[in-house]
Design a protein around this ligand. Structure first.
Ligand SMILES: [Zn+2]
Length: 165
């Protein structure tokens, strides 16, 4: 079958045809050509699949950006909680074990203290290192150092107390 327009012209029009920005006349022209020309039909499929890959890639980047933002918010809140609790812990030194309700209160206090002293710095440390590896942002060294110092200081005191008793 003889084509009214050459394949070259159709190939020029294909990207616009796929993005649906051609005039009605142009659309009809490309559509009728593709229906009868297998070469241009293939070309059209290749271009449209490439375009969809592009949009998937863009969606992925947007998604990663969102995750990174969430990551950063979690990191900053962890850092704030740790710093504030550490300051508070300095003013409220650990009480001695007493009988009755005081023991219960002390137990709760100890659990909270353990979470603040070990769990939060550990989570913060892991979060900052993972985040640093993902984004290569140099300022993340600061939370890593703070969380690291807090964790190792707590562990050092814990081990020293174990040796003493
Ligand atoms: Zn053709």
């Amino acid at each position: 079958m003889k084509h009214i327009v050459s394949c070259e012209i159709i190939k020029d029009l294909l990207p616009n045809y796929i993005e649906n920005i051609l005039s009605n006349e142009g659309n009809e022209l490309v559509k009728s050509h593709i229906d009868s020309c297998s070469n241009c039909r293939k070309e059209c499929e290749i271009i449209s699949s490439n375009l969809s890959i592009d949009s998937i890639g863009k969606a992925k980047v947007d998604y990663l950006k969102k995750i990174n933002k969430k990551f950063l918010i979690i990191l900053i809140s962890l850092l704030l909680v740790t710093v504030i609790s550490t300051i508070l812990l300095v003013f409220y030194s650990e009480p001695n074990i007493d009988e009755g309700i005081l023991t219960l209160i002390f137990l709760v206090f100890v659990i909270i203290a353990i979470i603040i002293k070990y769990v939060i710095p550990l989570i913060g440390l892991v979060f900052s290192i993972v985040y640093l590896k993902k984004t290569h942002k140099k300022f993340l060294i600061i939370p890593i150092i703070i969380f690291g110092i807090l964790l190792f200081k707590s562990l050092y005191i814990y081990i020293r107390n174990l040796i003493y008793y």
